[in-house]
Design a protein around this ligand. Sequence first.
Ligand SMILES: CC(C)(COP(=O)(O)OP(=O)(O)OC[C@H]1O[C@@H](n2cnc3c(N)ncnc32)[C@H](O)[C@@H]1OP(=O)(O)O)[C@@H](O)C(=O)NCCC(=O)NCCS
Length: 150
Amino acid sequence: MQARQMQTQNIAEVVAIEVAANQFPWSHKNFEDCLKAGYQSWVFVDASEQILGYTVVQQVVDEAHLLNICVKPSAQKQGFGREIIEYVIDFSTNNSLVLIVLEVRRSNRRAQKMYLRAGFNEMSVRRAYYPAEKGREDAILMGMDLAFFA
Ligand SMILES: CC(C)(COP(=O)(O)OP(=O)(O)OC[C@H]1O[C@@H](n2cnc3c(N)ncnc32)[C@H](O)[C@@H]1OP(=O)(O)O)[C@@H](O)C(=O)NCCC(=O)NCCS
């Protein structure tokens, strides 16, 4: 898997994966806005330049806020999610960032497990943070303290 900066022309392929992988997907405009805002956004491609996954990271002073991470459903459970997380950790340490934070749905045990295994800790809960099928759902706020690696 190779990392490439996400480009506007990648968004259609990214949104197709986003819709296939998420119950509440980001829209084309959400990704466009992130690129316009200069958020760090990468796609991860296979040998034939097909997108396997992507991530969007907002740098806020010396923190990385992981806004989106996704692996194409047919490519899941092969270690790519973990590779993408490791890429974000490397980017953050190489840029002297001190903390990576993210929110994850309480019901998304799979992603939580991936973050815990990668070294994230549960920091707090944001009550009723996400829209859900019935009402709202809590977000678990998770973080990785990179000062530890400095
Ligand atoms: C979460 C996601 C990125 C994981 O990607 P992936 O490529 O399948 O993950 P990996 O194969 O690297 O697995 C990493 C770890 O995740 C966990 N995991 C992955 N698939 C799992 C499953 N089906 N059930 C339980 N845990 C699972 C495991 O802990 C795994 O580590 P292990 O295999 O050493 O036990 C992917 O499922 C996805 O895109 N989901 C939809 C979008 C999403 O939920 N994003 C996160 C929003 S916060």
